[in-house]
Design a protein around this ligand. Sequence first.
Ligand SMILES: Cc1cc2nc3c(=O)[nH]c(=O)nc-3n(C[C@H](O)[C@H](O)[C@H](O)COP(=O)(O)O)c2cc1C
Length: 194
Amino acid sequence: MSVLLIAGSPTAPSRSTALLDAAALRLQRRGLAVQRLVVRELPAQALLHADFGNAQVQEAIHSVAAAQVVIVATPVYKAAYSGLLKTFLDLLPQAAFKGKTVLPLATGGSPHHMLALDYALRPVLGALGAGHILPGVYASDAQVTLTPEGAYQLQVDIADRLAEAVDTLLAEALPSASCSGFEPVHFSRVRCSV
Ligand SMILES: Cc1cc2nc3c(=O)[nH]c(=O)nc-3n(C[C@H](O)[C@H](O)[C@H](O)COP(=O)(O)O)c2cc1C
């Protein structure tokens, strides 16, 4: 069983990729192997010229085919998902996501475009055959902040929402993996009643 993480941001470091990293960490803690596909690392000319025969593009298409579960992350660009992600999705075979469970993730400058996942990305994933598309997770830039070291970190509310989404993904797509143990809980989050 394999989980593929698709990073659809043209920039690095990237807030939407930080969501993907947090999801990856949670999956890895459950003992799952994850594979990454960073679309910005594919050759730009092959993407823009729809060069289906390009070796790196072919390899990327194969990694989608081999995955059972796909988590796709994108920034919101002009009220939709990134053009970079679209260039890659356009190269996939029509039923590329058939039989797969997909979790969409996005970040945007403000909360106003949080529905972009639903009205823009979800129909495309469906057109590519995705049978099961889980409710997406959207974070505004204020919820994914820069540390002094220059890394992105998730605020607690969005980290919790993402963890819940990953657990749902595990329960629905990989039930045997979802009951392999408990996640460690930080002491600050333990609540006692007396
Ligand atoms: C070209 C461009 C267009 C954008 N359009 C929108 C937009 O329509 N709505 C929005 O909420 N944020 C928009 N943003 C802000 C990004 O979605 C936001 O900063 C996001 O977190 C960037 O993710 P990334 O770091 O993974 O690339 C835009 C940013 C750029 C560079």
